[in-house]
Write a new protein. Structure first.
Length: 295
């Protein structure tokens, strides 16, 4: 309707036509750079740089996230190791405390048993002394023509024999208790000696492991490398078998190729120890080695 009205009105048509031309020129000015090959190439290069920066940022973010997870896993492993060591130490302290208490109780019981044995021996000595004393008094009375009735001798002997039997049974019981306590104490002492041997072997093993770690540190560097360290990618490459079963199988397969006899023509066996350099074959080379070692 507006267009029909503008066509009928010459002035309105001229104004509309002018506005259309201006809009056309503005659109052509906006679209003109898109037809320029140089401009399009520059825009593409700029977009490529933006995409590269974004990709680099994403990779860095992923690496930081992986590094953070690795740090978290290592921290969790260290915390678990510390908790395990602490619990082990607590158990060891409690076991030693119980052993000391048990040994003290056994020593106390053994001392009591020995005291009872000494008391039994003393009672036997007293009975022997009573028999001797009665015999002396009986002889003294006989010299004075005083003779006690035979029944008194029988009663005295019955009482003495009864006491001897009772004390003998008690002594046998005390001896059995002493033997049992000695066996228990000897078993505890053997356990203590066994633990001491195990602790000694453990310390020796820890010392060897520490020496091995020092050697690996000297040869391969610090295992805890920072994220921006230039050797970190190489270390991740050589340790990837610890995180990937497929890589572990592949590396094991490659190593298995060397599991052949020494004289096999297709390979050589893996050395059992460290591979040390051969002695220098020339005096000049030996001098250079001596200088490098002195540095």
């Amino acid at each position: 309707w507006r267009l029909r009205q503008s066509v009928e009105d010459d002035a309105a048509w001229a104004e509309t036509h002018r506005e259309a031309l201006e809009l056309k020129e503005a659109l052509e000015a906006e679209l003109r750079p898109l037809t320029d090959a140089g401009y399009v190439a520059a825009v593409r290069r700029r977009l490529g740089r933006i995409e590269t920066r974004r990709s680099r940022a994403r990779r860095k973010k992923e690496e930081l996230g992986l590094e953070g997870r690795e740090r978290g896993e290592r921290a969790a492993e260290r915390e678990a190791g510390i908790d395990e060591w602490r619990a082990k130490r607590v158990r060891q302290v409690e076991e030693k405390k119980k052993e000391r208490e048990l040994k003290a109780a056994a020593d106390s019981v053994l001392a009591e048993v020995r005291k009872k044995q000494a008391d039994a021996k003393r009672i036997l000595d007293i009975l022997c002394a009573l028999e001797k004393l009665r015999k002396l008094r009986k002889e003294a009375a006989a010299r004075k023509a005083v003779h006690p009735p035979p029944s008194s001798d029988e009663i005295f002997q019955l009482h003495v024999e009864g006491l001897r039997k009772m004390i003998k049974k008690r002594s046998e019981l005390y001896d059995a208790e002493e033997r049992a306590l000695r066996v228990m104490l000897e078993g505890e002492q053997e356990e203590e000696r066994k633990r001491e041997r195990e602790n000694k072997l453990k310390k020796q093993r820890e010392k060897l492991e520490e020496q091995q770690r020092e050697v690996e540190f000297i040869m391969f560097g610090d295992p805890e490398l920072p994220s921006n360290h230039p050797l970190r990618p190489f270390r991740q490459y050589y340790l990837q078998a610890e995180h990937s079963p497929h890589v572990l199988v592949q590396i094991r397969q490659e190593w298995d190729r060397y599991l052949v006899p020494e004289d096999h023509p297709d390979g050589s066996f893996v050395p059992h120890g460290w591979v040390f350099p051969v002695p220098p074959s020339h005096d000049t080379w030996a001098t250079a080695l001596g200088q490098s070692e002195s540095w």
